[in-house]
Structures are given as structure tokens and as C-alpha cells.
Design a binder for this molecule. Sequence first.
Ligand SMILES: [Zn+2]
Ligand SMILES: [Zn+2]
Length: 879
Amino acid sequence: MEDRKTLGTTYDPKEFEKRLYDKWMEMGVFTPKVNKEKKPYTIVMPPPNITGKLHMGHALDLTLQDMIIRYKRMQGFEALWLPGEDHASIATEVRVENELLKQGIVKKEIGREAFLEKVWEWSDEYRERIREQIKKMGSSCDFTREAFTMDENLSKAVRTVFVKLYDEGLIYRGNRMTNWCPKCTTALSNAEIEYKESEGSLWHFKYPLTDGSGYITIATTRPETMLGDTAVAVNPDDDRYKALVGKTLMLPLMDKQIPIVADSYVDVEFGTGCVKITPAHDPNDYLVGERHNLPSVNVLDDHGRINSNGGKYAGLDRYEARKLIVKDMEALGLLESIKPHLHNLSTHDRCGTAIEPLISKQWYVKMEPLAIPALEAVRNKDTKFVPERFEKTYFNWMENIEDWCISRQLWWGHRIPVWYCDACGDTIASIDTPHSCPKCGSEKLREEEDVLDTWFSSALWPFSTLGWPDKTEDLEYFYPTSTLVTGYDIIFFWVARMVFSGLYNMKETPFDTVFIHGIVRDSEGRKMSKSLGNGVDPLETIDEFGADALRFMLVSGNAPGNDIRFYPERVEAARNFANKIWNASRFVLMNLDGELLEKYKESRSYSLADRWILSRLNSLVSDVTANLDRFELGVALQKVYDFLWNELCDWYIELIKPVFYNGTDEEKGTSFNVIRNVLIAGLKLLHPVMPFITEEIYSHLSEDATIVTAAWPQSDETLVDLATERNMNAVIEAIRSIRNLRQEMNVPSSRKSKLSILPQEGMGEAFVMATDYLKKLAFADEVELVTAEPDGKNNVAVVTGDARIFIPLLDLIDRDKEIERLKKEEEKLMKEIVRVTSKLTNEKFISKAPQSVIDEEKEKGAKYEAMIQSVRDRIESLS
Ligand SMILES: [Zn+2]
Ligand SMILES: [Zn+2]
């Protein structure tokens, strides 16, 4: 135990946060063992991308996970929080490519191998930075088990899954319509598309009939695609065009004949009822093309430029070509009109570039067979969502799932483990690099160039990090994991994919519970973003206020699934709270007497205040434990905060100060033990949110080496004493009201006065027992219980829910002022009564609120009614 007198004079988190984290690392307290005698509790950390530094969203994510894992660790679980980082294929490749460009290095020029070397350098540097930031937050994760999606073992897991899926026919390669990003020059999955409302134009073009009998009008938002038109379609039931089906049109600018086909896909009501068909550049046109055997003409290259199929426009960027085509059509007299058009533009979520749908050869995972068990697992509650409403997001995506495009035309990532034999045309999927073709023996094998979608490896995270495909002890013990903590924005990117991957490879869902949190917004409710410049750097906040204060702010007021707002002043308030705990602890530590502590260890001669604080503590322990088990982290913290700040610091310590100074040895020894035990329990309850300050104070109070592995407090029901709680509440309310009154009247605390208390029925004893507290904290020189209002007209009256208290102070103010004060009091009470009544007559409230809440409101109403009556009586007697 640290010397109890040495707790620093001021709360200075910089002095101890790093020191304590180093101590924990040295002690190895975050590293659980495989211990069959104990139950595991596992959380895998959503791996941050190695693209940059951690932002406030990460800080929230880390804090919530740490709060849960620290709580479980104290409850005696072998608690594993497994940290790691994600290689973030496309995001990192784009970042490094841009960084290199600044140095005049062009990715394509230096080649694949040299480029990858640069990315590995980047990755080492950024992983180290991220690791340091995770530590600064106080995260109690096990760095001895840290993982990286590009680690050898995790890469082996990726290849193993790929080959298994391929062998079972669940992975195929095909020419399909894909989302293509011309900036990143890669295919993308549907999940990576972001729809942005955009103001574009709708161009109406005339296409002449080849027989010279006129023309028909089509509308398009992408004029350049007309270069690849291979038909115009009309609805077969559209009387306007029935006669035209089977005729041909001359495709302007290309001088090519294209047919008019009938297809029910065309909406008669929309536009002119004629639709140009570009099978190579629109997913719907692609299907029409297949039905009518239309050729598919690709007119774009990988960078979004017109290719050689585009005639004289070849080589132009798609937007330049668009301008020129419109101009040329106008010159030909074939531009009918241009109308402004609001539409949903598909863009790449990483770079914002408009997506080009085009046909290309890509690798896909067949999703339907994988989605069925994944839907079952959540329907059966093998995996539960907290809050439950996010199941809908999950179901919605899983039920409408399309095959997953997993190939990316990038270099950084897991290379698809496929080789092609040029001699016999065989395709070989293999975990290890093959040396020759198993079919023809040729050694001329060509390795697939593409890498896998970055989510392919993160989908395996809950088991690849534990050693799979090897059968490790860790895997057997810690899988399935207990809780996944993540934001609602990656439910389908990640959560859904982990669920079907876990079921497919491990036959067991990867987690029991998915705890969803919202995002961190600024104080005005806006998303934090680079372009708004409203992001707050968690490290700067830690520097100013300490990690504990930041963590406190992120948890307080947090409700599962909801966004939170970041208020700098609330971090400051959290720091003030830490400061208050610090000062109170310091006061306690300076007064505790070791000998008396020891001598009266078993003493049960509790004072009223002792019984009260012990009862409050034990009620609190069961409440907070229940809240934490339901993931109501914000509610749990609020209760701990209220207890420590109000009940412990503001009241209990004040109530026992006279004992500290003037009590008998037994009184002192008893109170010393109570305050020490209550403070220790309070620190333990606070520890999951504020690990540093609680450890620092605990090390001065307890013999334990650390609070990290200390046992979570158990509620002792024999100490819960509701009558005492009720009595003390009455006394506290009385003291508070008397002090308020004296303050309003500017009565100096040196002026003592008599209190005549007229209690409500049954409350008399409470005030008798509390005489000493009333004298000390309500500045009384005498306390008497009366059965009727005392005669003297010199009294002012304080009305609480449990008593009327008369104090002879009226000589300090005049009677009219006192009446005025009471009238204000009456007004205040009237407002409260109106509020309660309107609540209790509100059907919505009555039908939704639990009975206990309704009863509580009714009780309040009755209390206010009694109080207002007392105030009115008093006004009358003064008038
Ligand atoms: Zn892009
Ligand atoms: Zn071969």
C-alpha cells in the first residue's frame, strides 16, 4: 500500500496516467490465461484502419469496450480484449499513393513490389501511432495478442477461406455489371456506394428512323453513353409506339443502325416512353440486352475516358465527351431540350467520384447460401442486437443481399490465391503457391493480379485473430466471443459479414451480443468532418483534461444506439468531478488513523449517517450492476456520479466531520472503516469509466496491488435499510431548505438559531436522531420537536415534504417580505402540481410508463399538495 499521506496535493492526471498504464503493462493484468476453472469474456476490438490517427469516434468505441471489459474482469471473468489494426486496402493504397505523388513518385512507375514496400513502411509507422493512442485512452486490451489483418496467420486464414468457398462453388469469376470507380480504377461492392442528391440535367435527343419516316425522342442523364447504345426500347403495351417495334433507328454521331425493341421494363408513364439501351453501362439495360440478345459495347476505359469504341470521341474524359456530344447533337438539330434534373448520383464513399456501372470480369461470393444461416442466427437470438431495433438494419440487408464482388484492382491487400495455367487453361485456387499445374504439369503459371476486398479479411476477425485455421487453445477457449461493440454505420459492411463467416467456418455465431453505439457529433449536432473543420482530437483533449475526463464525457448521457454530442465544457465538468473525488479522498486519507481503523474493523455501532451511506451504497451496487448487464452504461455512470458527488462528498463526509474531530475512539474507528470501505467500493464502481484516478487513489487506500483485478462490489442486502434512507432524505432536505432560506435572507452562519420542527406523522424520530447534524449543518443552537405551530410571530417557516420548521429570524426582515417570499414558494409549488397533474392525466404517459414511475409521480403530487397547504396556512397566520 502506498503511504496514505502521499496522495498528490492537486489532481494532476499528467502526473500519473502514463505511470499507471506502464505499471499495468508490466504487471500483465490485461493478459488473460486459458483457465478452464473460470469463464472467458471476450471482446475483439474493431480494428482501426492504418490510414491515420484515431478520431473521436474511435475514442468512444474504445471507451465503451474498455468499460465493459474492465467490469467483466472485476467480476472474475478471464477477460480478453483483443486489439489490432486493419490494413484498409483501398483507403491505405490511395493515401500512400498520394503521399508518394507529393515526392514525385508515381505508383505505376515504381511497380508493384516497390510500392508494397512503401506501404509496409507506412503500415509499421501508423500501427505504432495507433497503438500509442489506444494506450493513452487507458484501454485495457491485451497487446500480447495484438493482430493485424496482414499478419502471416491472418493471411493464411484468408487464403483458407477463399479456397474452401471456391472448392464448394461459392466463389466464382464472372463478367458482370460492376460499380467502377474511375479515380481509384477498381471495382467496388454495393456497400461502398454512397448516394448523393445531385442537380444534373436531362437531355432529350432525337434519334431518326432509318426509313426516313421521322424520329423518336429519348432522354438521358449521361449523354456520353449513347456512343454505346445498341437499341431503343418501348413498352409492348404502349400504343404510341406499337407500329415502330422492329424498325431501326440511325444512332446519331456513330452512324450505326440500332433496333427498336419491346420490353416491359420500360415505364410508359416515364419521360417519352422510349428508353435508349446501353447494355455495357447500365445494370437495367444490361438485363434488357440479355433478353433481346443485344451486343454490349463498352465505350469507357478504366479511368472513365472514352475508349476506341467511341469513334472520334476516343481519348476524351467522360465529362469532356459529354459537352462535345451535346454540342454536336445540337449542331445536327437533334437536341430537343435540356431540363434540370435532380437525381441520386452513385459515388464512391472513399473518394466521392461518380461511379460508372460497367461490365468487367470480377470475383464474386455467392451470398444466398451464406445468408440463410446468418439470418437464422439473429432470428433465434444466438446473436442479440442491443438495442434490438438494429436487427432490422441487419435483416433488411441480409434478406436483399446480392452476390459480393470481392476482387479489387489494387496492390495493397490479400492477393487472390488463384493461378492460371496458360498451357491448358486451368484455374487453380490454392492456399500455398503451386509450382506446377495439377492438370498438365506445366510450370508456366500466372498469378491473379487482383487483391481481395478489405472486408474479406475483417469478416474473419473474431476467429482469425485467435489462431484459426490452426486449432489453438485460445480459439477453443475464447470463441465464440461475448460482445461486439461497434457503430451502426458498419452493420452490413462488417457485422453481417462476420456473422456469416463465423457460421460458415466455425459453425458458431461469432458473438453473443452486438452492442451498437452511435457516432460522435459536435455540440451543434453536426457530423465531425474534415471539411467542416469541427473535429476534436481526442489526444488534445486528453492533454488538457486527462483521459479519465474524456472517457467520462463520452459515456455520460450515452444511450445504446444513439449519437452523442461532444461538449468541451462537459469534459471540463468531468475533470472537476475527478478533482472533487481527489480532494475528498485526500481529506479522508489525511484523517484516517491506522490504529483505530484496525481496532474497530469489526465494529457495527453505526451512526445514522453510517447506516444511511451503507444502505445507499448497497442499493447502488445492485442498481449499477443491473444497468451494466443491460449495457445501460450512461445510466450506470450517472448513478455512480450522483452517489459520489452528492451523497458521499457533499453529505456523508460533512456529516461525519464532527466525529472525525470530536468523536470517541469507537465512533471514530467505526466511521473510519465505513468511509474507507464506501470509498473503496465507490472507486471500484467508477473504475471502468475512470481507470486512472481510481487506481491512483485505490493504491493509497488498499493493500491490493491494483484495482484492475479487484473484485467487483457485491450488494449486501442486510445493509439496505430503506427506513433509514427515508429518514436521512428528510433530514437532508430540511438542512438544504434551511440553508437556502438563510442564504436568501443573508443570515451569517455565525448566527445560530433555534429550530422548532413540526414533523409529518411518523417522521419525528428522524429529526430527533439527526439533532447533531441539524445543529452542525443547519446552524442551530437548539432543536425542538413541536406538535403545533409555535406562538411567536417572529418565526419564518421552512416547508419540506416531511416537516414544517420554524426559525425565529423574522427580526431580520419585515413581515411583508416574508409573505412575499412565501407567495413565491406557493407559486413554485403550484407549477410543480400542474406539471404532475398534466403528466398523470396524459394517457400516453399512463399507458407507457411502468407502474413504479406512475406511483412515484402520484406520491410527488401528494407531497406538493401537503406542502402548498402548509405554505398557505403560514401566509394566513402572518397576514
Ligand atoms: Zn474512388
Ligand atoms: Zn495446365
